[in-house]
Design a protein. Structure first.
Length: 535
């Protein structure tokens, strides 16, 4: 065997955009993209392909998503854009007072307490039933085969798997975490190219496909999930699971230089990206790599996050309307705060998450922008024994401050970081886009939209371009590929700038645009194992 290192790439590389006219799937893992393409070629539409790809991603990229996580989607179908919020609420018996009685003063990262109702299986069912043309047993067959027969782990997934395993071995000592190690790292995390399989995962996916997730929410799987979470000290019950339904919502948008940029409304924080773009549209941009462009982008993002972290919550608890936050008058007011020097935002320290994003399109005009996540990589560290169901930890985003709109309450959805994006112009679809990665996501959306609209970059170049990430305060991380003059110039403006070699920290994106002739043009993330599967 040749002794090469799958993590070592000493030379710069370049990808071209991919064109096709029958169908396209863009995602960060090639086997998942191929699963979606196979469904398209079997007569399915873009929605069937999205379900196929999403289910496959729960197998081939367990470092970032799984059956026990959440999902959001934007679906272009019949000349209209539809939104799906498949995030789950806190258990009905879980209260701030109950946690206080247990001397818990902030939501933990790991264990049973941050586990909210998983929404991902409900998302697959809802998408398939409303817009799909194939049965779930057909759409999910590829994912089931990958789980049952195994697949060679891709390089970026292997890297994330090894990092997560080391972290979890250091932090998860209680017996209820052992099923995670039994499932994902019985001896060690897999290396790139090694075969990994999960019979439990395959059985669970088969059950979801055959009974449309009834057993997951109202049957034997629901009983296993609830029993295990409660044995680990959590509150999730069979009643919580049985009452859950994914929610169809009206997408929200702003017009940015003639293009409508669409996001899912709260509890997701796509609103942050829209607020930042609303601020930025009041400036003129001509040079992508100028200091002024970067300074204004960063300052606008800090202002948008200051508002987002203060106001975004379950929409039933929000005290400020979305319309007010997206008004031109408010954008003018916030824009006026951007001066010549870096400014300190309101309190709030964004953290990182684990997420997968996919885009699909077909020759009938259907397009899907979909994202699903466990959060913080493998999520809570809990795996329901024998099922392959890794439970997410979205409840970690709840506040325990009773004065905050995002304060924990029974049946309430937490502030959510996963956001699919979509672009239209004059009522016609341009296409889906997204950049995964926790609190990097709105920042990635803003940068990709500006690369496309302001600077005329093609989908691949829009994703290739160096990214920055505002972290907290005046701290900004920038990629090593960023021109060095920007590092020094931003520092002179008061930004606390740091180079970063962590390619995965800047998000992983996918784009599919459709032109006037109906031809699809796609770009995929160069920072991971991304692939465009085209027909």
């Amino acid at each position: 065997m040749l002794p090469f290192d799958a993590q070592h790439y000493p030379y710069a590389s370049r990808r071209n955009v991919v064109y096709a006219n029958r169908g396209m799937v863009a995602t960060a893992q090639p086997l998942a993209a191929q699963a979606g393409l196979q469904v398209l070629q079997a007569g399915g539409n873009a929605i069937d392909a999205a379900v196929a790809t999403a289910a496959a991603l729960s197998v081939v990229e367990p470092t970032a998503n799984g059956i026990g996580g959440d999902a959001f989607a934007l679906v272009w179908h019949g000349g209209q854009l539809h939104g799906l919020n498949a995030s789950g609420p806190a258990p009905q018996t879980m209260t701030r007072e109950a946690l206080s009685a247990r001397n818990i003063t902030e939501m933990p990262k790991y264990g049973a307490l941050p586990v909210t109702v998983p929404g991902t299986p409900a998302a697959w069912v809802a998408l398939s039933q409303r817009f799909g043309t194939l049965p779930l047993t057909t759409s999910m067959a590829g994912a089931i085969e990958l789980a049952r027969n195994g697949f060679p782990v891709s390089p970026s997934v292997a890297f994330a798997w090894q990092v997560a395993t080391k972290l979890l071995r250091e932090n998860l000592k209680e017996s209820h975490f052992q099923p995670w190690f039994d499932t994902f790292a019985p001896e060690r995390a897999p290396q790139a190219g090694e075969i990994w399989r999960s019979a439990g995962h395959a059985q669970t996916l088969q059950s979801i496909a055959e009974d449309k997730a009834e057993g997951f929410y109202r049957g034997p799987l629901a009983e296993k999930i609830a029993s295990f979470v409660q044995s680990a000290g959590g509150y999730l019950s069979v009643q919580d699971l049985g009452q859950y339904q994914a929610e169809w919502v009206d997408p929200i948008s702003v017009n940015y230089r003639g293009y409508d940029v669409w996001e899912i409304p709260p509890s997701g924080h796509g609103l942050v990206a829209l607020m930042a773009l609303n601020i930025l549209k009041g400036f003129d941009f001509s040079d992508r790599d100028s200091t002024l462009t970067h300074h204004r982008q960063i300052e606008a993002m800090k202002l948008a996050f200051a508002d987002g972290l203060a106001h975004i919550a379950d929409p039933r608890s929000m005290r400020v309307s979305i319309a007010d936050l997206l008004s031109d008058a408010y954008a003018d007011e916030r824009r006026a705060l951007i001066g010549a020097q870096a400014s300190m935002p309101m309190p709030g320290e964004p953290s990182r998450g684990g997420t997968v994003y996919l885009s699909t399109a077909d020759h009938q005009g259907n397009m899907v922008s979909m994202i699903q996540s466990n959060y913080m990589g493998f999520g809570s560290g809990l795996v329901v024994p024998g099922t392959g169901i890794g439970l997410h930890n979205r409840g970690n985003n709840f506040s325990l401050d009773p004065k905050h709109p995002n304060c924990l309450a029974p049946g309430k959805k937490p502030y959510h970081t996963i956001i699919p994006g979509f672009l239209t112009k004059a009522g016609k679809a341009v296409g889906p886009f997204g950049v995964m990665g926790g609190f990097m996501q709105p920042q990635g959306h803003v940068q990709v939209v500006m690369n496309t609209v302001d600077f005329g970059l093609n989908p691949q170049a829009s994703l290739d371009a160096p990214r920055w990430e505002w972290e907290s305060g005046n701290r900004v991380n920038i990629e090593r590929s960023t021109p060095e003059h920007l590092y020094h110039a931003l520092a002179r403006l008061g930004h606390d700038v740091a180079w970063s070699n962590n390619r995965l920290a800047f998000g992983r994106g996918q784009i599919i645009w459709r032109n006037e002739a109906g031809v699809l043009c796609g770009g995929t993330e160069p920072r991971s194992d991304g692939q465009i599967a085209a027909w």
